[in-house]
Design a protein around this ligand. Structure first.
Ligand code: FES
Ligand code: FES
Length: 150
């Protein structure tokens, strides 16, 4: 089958098999920031935004994503406020989980202009960092919020 996916603002014509997951299609297209951790919707490492809302791409059929706008961290770029805040805060060790956290933070800041620590924790609670980088991730999100206020 063939479908057109809009990813990071660009249309891609994609061959895919029936039942193929969005995670696998994105990685096949070279968008390797989208990572498989648990594969069952429990870790957040495969998070992308679809029409601005976070989804687990490991649970999403690619065929359901036509006529949507898919966003991955590749689309944010290195000058993005959230990306910069994570880099500056040193919010990574192995880095495997970080694109998922970045996408969740991007969603949070679009929905809530001034989330407090509790709101940040609540929003990110479905994302797991096996390296335990949670304090640095919290610092990065707080820094992104204060940077946006300048
Ligand atoms: S790989 Fe999708 S939530 Fe863990
Ligand atoms: S930085 Fe290694 S899993 Fe999060």
């Amino acid at each position: 089958m063939n479908l057109t996916l809009n990813i990071n603002g660009t249309d891609h014509s994609v061959e895919f098999s029936d039942g193929e997951l969005l995670l696998d299609v994105l990685r096949r297209l070279g968008l390797t920031s989208v990572r498989e951790g648990c594969g069952v919707g429990a870790c957040g490492s495969c998070t992308v935004l679809i029409d601005g809302h976070s989804v687990s791409s490991c649970l999403t059929l690619a065929s359901r994503c036509e006529n949507t706008e898919i966003q991955t961290s590749e689309g944010l770029g290195s000058s993005d406020l959230v990306v910069r805040a994570f880099i500056d805060a040193g919010a990574l060790q192995c880095g495997y989980c970080i694109p998922g956290f970045v996408m969740m933070t991007t969603e949070l800041l679009a929905e809530n202009h001034h989330p407090d620590k509790q709101a940040i924790s609540d929003h990110l609670e479905g994302n797991i960092c096996r390296c335990g980088t949670y304090p640095e991730i919290m610092n990065a999100v707080l820094a992104a919020i204060s940077e946006r206020d300048k």
